[in-house]
Write a protein that binds this ligand. Structure first.
Ligand code: SF4
Length: 247
């Protein structure tokens, strides 16, 4: 009988060992993963082009940190941190995310995913394998303005992720919207909260006012906001609890 050679099963199989998927690591945060002391791993690259994005260097640039360097860092943080936030850029646009999450989870860390929702297939894999303990989803804009705000035609994919997350009842899940008055108005925010309510979401809707710093260019070179947002009206009319958070 012919002998079949088997490849050694290393953790690198199917992944590029020389690649540098990570732009940076924030070694400590108590704010980004509620209830956890965590670090943030910033994954380079993104599948959106939001005008107010403050991180063009992460979205358009290359990473500088290899997977094994990140694993070494996490190995040294065992017992000091209990969580890891996978952020970016867009974490789900990195093909190695599920394998990496599996390894980090096996080290005993809780995982939080920050996502723009364009990869329902990746979110499904993470949920099915029980790798994620918390998710923050950016709901960028209502359907009619989704392309203007994000630079991509991908509403259906975002909508699929939102349905997926609303249907699962196990993992804490938060929805956030960043607003700039050159892109959206109060009616758009209310359209988002109504859509969330209609899909069965009953958490808070976090609103972040885009802060434009003339010395720090955004992806879309947006101007300063021209007016204040009418938060009182929004909070009165929104069918969900609307919470303002500083960026
Ligand atoms: S703000 Fe938009 S472009 Fe910037 S990282 Fe987030 S999803 Fe990508």
């Amino acid at each position: 009988m012919e002998e079949v050679a088997t490849l050694p099963q290393t953790r690198w199989q199917g992944r590029d060992r020389a690649a540098t998927p990570f732009y940076a690591i924030t070694p400590f945060t108590m704010l980004d993963f509620p209830g956890h002391t965590a670090c943030i791993i910033w994954i380079a690259g993104c599948n959106m082009r939001c005008g107010y994005c403050h991180n063009p260097q992460i979205v358009l640039g290359k990473g500088t940190i290899r997977e094994e360097e990140a694993m070494d860092f996490l190995g040294r943080r065992k017992g000091l941190l209990d969580g890891v936030v996978l952020s970016g850029g867009e974490a789900t646009s990195w093909p190695g995310l599920v394998g990496f999450a599996q390894e980090v989870k096996a080290m005993g860390f809780a995982l939080k995913l920050d996502t723009n929702g364009l990869r329902p297939d990746v979110v499904t894999q993470l949920l099915d394998r029980r790798l994620i303990d918390s998710i923050a989803l950016d709901y960028k804009a209502p359907r009619a303005k989704f392309r203007d705000v994000t630079g991509v035609t991908a509403w259906q994919r975002f909508s699929a992720t939102l349905d997926l997350l609303c249907a699962q009842g196990e993992i804490p899940f938060e929805v956030r919207t960043t607003v700039h008055d050159a892109l959206m108005d109060e009616d758009d925010v209310l359209a988002i909260t109504r859509d969330l309510k209609g899909r069965g979401y009953d958490g808070v809707h976090v609103l972040q006012i885009a802060v434009i710093d003339p010395d720090r260019p955004t992806l879309g070179a947006l101007p300063l906001q021209r007016r204040d947002w009418d938060l009182a009206v929004l909070q009165e009319r929104a069918p969900l609890s609307l919470v303002l958070r500083q960026q």
